[in-house]
Design a protein around this ligand. Structure first.
Ligand code: UD1
Length: 353
């Protein structure tokens, strides 16, 4: 069996690594890894490959940045000849980035079966580019690996045949479980003992100057009570510079490698974020998470986990932060099948197919 994996952006790498590792141990499986090059900075890409022990990609399409149409089109035209030449039995795509939907679309036209890892998540907000990517990818996929029950329900409501759906749990948590011991050992020189960890990169939060200013002002207020440590995504750094916003009082960092970022999450008093994956990682680590979004495609992190949606409401953020500082943080539990074994369950299903 020849499996071809497609990855493109930072959040794909921690999902693909456990599947690559699990399949490597299976007899009769040949694997090819294609990196679309959607993320190309060393600290958004290469460093994740080395820490997660992902092999060097067999092919790098080098698509880089661009508008959504340009980036998606470049992945499509770049990957088509690779698939025609390499003839995989199945293509695995991950998450919800532009590279995911682009690869799924090309496979479906070439009649190559596609498996979607992290299927079924829905924010029900189509202004979010990732939501469009999720819906289209799930409609095209032949095999859908879901992380939790809500994913299965969403897919069934959209008419996906039940036999295509396999609830395997959260594969990203496999990487967390494997590398948490290294994160716990990781030195944190020069950082405050108690801090709030912040990440922000959603276009809806950072691309509009008034919205970004208001969120950053809230963070400056947080910083008066609790030091804010903020690894800044390139998109956000560009916007902060473009809009001329001064946030030098915050502890600003470059994007952080995987193990160091796990270490930061583990030690943070609270994480304030608009990321999808970080809502799940904080739920697993049982660290309070305040999500700067009004919806989430990962509702289980709210119903079971430590996540609270605060939207762009600075008063709600301040209210929830006070609760955490006063020792009244929301407690949560770890959802079923978020146990570090999802990669093996995916490998089992693929072998049975
Ligand atoms: C992409 C994903 C998003 C994911 C995020 C994680 C889509 C639609 N979005 O968003 O779901 O949460 O990755 O980071 O696929 N840039 C660099 N270096 C890089 C890559 C990007 O400087 O290696 C800069 C460029 O200026 C680029 C901007 O970041 O224009 C945005 O990159 P892009 O890949 O378009 O989207 P992300 O915001 O990273």
């Amino acid at each position: 069996m020849h499996i071809l994996h497609v990855v493109g952006a930072r959040p794909n790498f921690m999902k693909a690594a456990p599947v690559l590792h699990a399949l490597r141990r299976r007899p009769g499986v040949r694997q090819t890894l294609v990196h679309t090059g959607q993320h190309y900075d060393r600290n958004l890409s290469d460093v994740f490959f080395s820490q997660l022990e992902i092999p060097v990609p067999d092919v790098n399409l080098g698509v880089g940045s661009g508008t959504h149409a340009r980036q998606t089109a470049d992945v499509m035209s770049g990957i088509e000849p690779v698939l025609v030449e390499r003839k995989p039995d199945m293509v695995l795509v991950y998450g919800d980035v532009n590279s995911t939907v682009a690869a799924a679309l090309v496979c479906s036209k070439l009649l190559i079966p596609v498996a979607h890892v992290e299927a079924g998540l829905r924010s029900f907000d189509r202004t979010m580019p990732e939501e469009v990517n999720r819906i289209v990818t799930d409609q095209l996929a032949d095999v859908l690996f879901t992380p939790s029950e809500d994913g299965d329900k969403n897919l069934l409501l959209e008419g996906v045949a039940p036999e295509k759906i396999h609830r395997v749990g959260n594969v990203m948590i496999d990487s967390l479980v494997r590398l948490l011991p290294a994160a716990i050992q990781c030195p944190m020189n020069g950082l405050p003992d108690r801090f709030a960890l912040v990440t922000l990169h959603r276009p809806s939060n950072v691309d509009d100057s008034e919205t970004l200013k208001s969120i950053l002002e809230s963070l400056l207020t947080v910083n008066e009570q609790l030091d804010v440590v903020f690894p800044v995504h390139p998109r956000t750094r560009t916007r902060i510079a473009q809009f001329g916003i001064g946030i030098d009082k915050l502890h600003l960092l470059e994007p952080v490698p995987y193990i160091e970022f796990l270490a930061l999450q583990k030690r943070a008093m609270v994480v304030i974020t608009d990321s999808g994956g970080i809502q799940e990682e904080t739920t697993y680590l049982q660290v309070p998470c305040l999500t700067v979004r009004s919806n989430t495609e990962r509702p289980i992190t709210v119903t079971m986990g430590t996540n609270i949606l605060v939207g762009q409401d600075s008063r709600k953020l301040a209210f929830e932060l006070s609760a955490i500082l006063e020792g009244r943080a929301k407690r949560g539990s770890v959802p079923p099948l978020w146990d570090g074994k999802a990669g093996d369950r995916i490998a089992d299903v693929l072998q049975q197919l």
